[in-house]
Design a protein. Structure first.
Length: 414
């Protein structure tokens, strides 16, 4: 009992020493029937714990003790595992909550049958989507998509609530949360024809939101829509008002933070960016369009029988690339150019060849821009498309200026 308690201590050094104690105890005194329900859930969670020493030692113990029996043992002791994960998902330490959600996501993905626990797991995921720590929200999005896709009948009564939750996460200020919300949208679309239609309409609407994105700064309204990132960024970075009296966060701290319930009750913004209580409607509309691009990618990879429906969403991406009056448009470009090769691969190059031709001018503008990440993303996209279509076909799509830009240093040696 002491070892089991120490394995969930909030102090990482205690957890680490307890892991070695557990190893010794398992080696000499383990009684499977009585000890597994106390030790296995704790060891399982610690495989994802943020402290590397705890994580590595626990993974080694798990491999030796459990071996290939992991899924069957979790299935045999399912209530004990779910009880523990649910309890840990409410801990004050955000790293523990994140590990608990990772375990629930793994459980939903790997254990064949968790029907009896689906609604309880879903309630935990729903609460985690409002967590003040963004890594917890991130994992919650992944888990939400998995559970509704795998257990559509068991979660049927909660589908509307789940959809509203996913839609809310698409406006999260953290890019990876938005990306996983897009993945959850694609999972939701697979449930039924009605869900598919709902997601298609939503993604189409989200794609338009970038056009209502406010100009970053009134002093940037006269900037040309050509390679303006450096100028706009200097205006933004040198604006004293944007960097004065702002809240400070310690996103990497392992110190216990406020629980989700306390944050919700007090409407506090304590924690990582975009926690509960922050209004998202009308806040950076480009977030929705960014999520929509990812949603198109995930829909193209997971819904292969509806190629024409997904292809119909593609033309709306082209005009979004001309919106360059906000400071983060290079980040949006990275999202688009990072997804285009995958969309082409998933839908088939012949299906999207006209769309690719429409993208080319913006693609070469991004290659020439002074934001290195956007430029590299564009170069990677060009290399992938050239490989997909072949040298001669790709060359036939380019005008003289674009053909000359193929000598750009980032495209050499590809």
């Amino acid at each position: 009992q002491w070892v089991a308690t120490a394995l969930q201590d909030n102090w990482s050094q205690v957890r680490y020493r307890a892991t070695h104690c557990a190893d010794a105890y398992i080696e000499g005194y383990l009684r499977e029937e009585t000890d597994f329900e106390r030790l296995l859930p704790r060891l399982c969670l610690n495989r994802y714990y943020i402290a590397e020493g705890v994580r590595v030692v626990t993974q080694r113990i798990w491999e030796r003790v459990v071996g290939q029996r992991g899924v069957s043992l979790v299935q045999a002791h399912l209530p004990a595992f779910v009880d523990y994960y649910v309890a840990q998902s409410k801990e004050k330490n955000h790293a523990v909550r994140e590990a608990a959600l990772l375990c629930l996501s793994e459980l939903v993905g790997k254990v064949p049958d968790v029907d009896g626990e689906v609604l309880r797991i879903l309630a935990v995921i729903d609460a985690a989507c409002d967590d003040c720590s963004w890594p917890v929200r991130d994992v919650a999005c992944v888990c939400l998509g998995r559970i509704i896709a795998k257990y559509p009948d068991a979660t049927a009564a909660e589908h509307d609530k789940c959809y509203a939750r996913i839609r809310y996460q698409t406006l999260d200020p953290i890019p990876s949360v938005r990306r996983h919300a897009a993945e959850a949208l694609a999972d939701y679309a697979r449930i039924s024809d009605a869900c598919w239609g709902r997601v298609m309409a939503e993604v189409s609407e989200m794609m338009k939101q970038i056009h209502s994105q406010p100009v970053t700064d009134v002093r940037a309204t006269d900037l040309e829509n050509v390679s303006q990132f450096g100028v706009a960024k200097r205006i933004h970075d040198n604006d004293v008002a944007k960097h004065t009296n702002a809240p400070m966060f310690s996103c990497g701290s392992l110190a216990p933070g406020p629980s989700t319930a306390r944050v919700l009750n007090t409407h506090s913004h304590t924690g990582c960016s975009g926690g509960p209580g922050l209004p998202r409607t009308g806040l950076d509309p480009w977030y929705a369009t960014d999520t929509a691009v990812y949603a198109v990618f995930f829909l193209s990879s997971r819904c292969t029988g509806r190629v024409d429906d997904v292809a119909a969403l593609l033309p709306a991406i082209v005009p979004t690339l001309s919106v360059k009056t906000f400071i983060h448009y290079p980040s949006f470009w990275q999202s688009v150019w990072g997804r285009v090769p995958g969309i082409v691969q998933n839908l088939g190059k012949r299906k999207v060849t006209l769309w690719v031709g429409d993208l080319i001018p913006s693609l070469f503008d991004a290659l020439a821009c002074d934001n290195k990440l956007a430029s590299v993303a564009a170069a990677d996209c060009i290399r992938a498309l050239r490989k997909t279509y072949g040298e001669s076909v790709w060359a036939s799509k380019l005008d003289a200026r674009q053909a000359a830009a193929m000598q750009h240093p980032l495209l050499q040696g590809a």
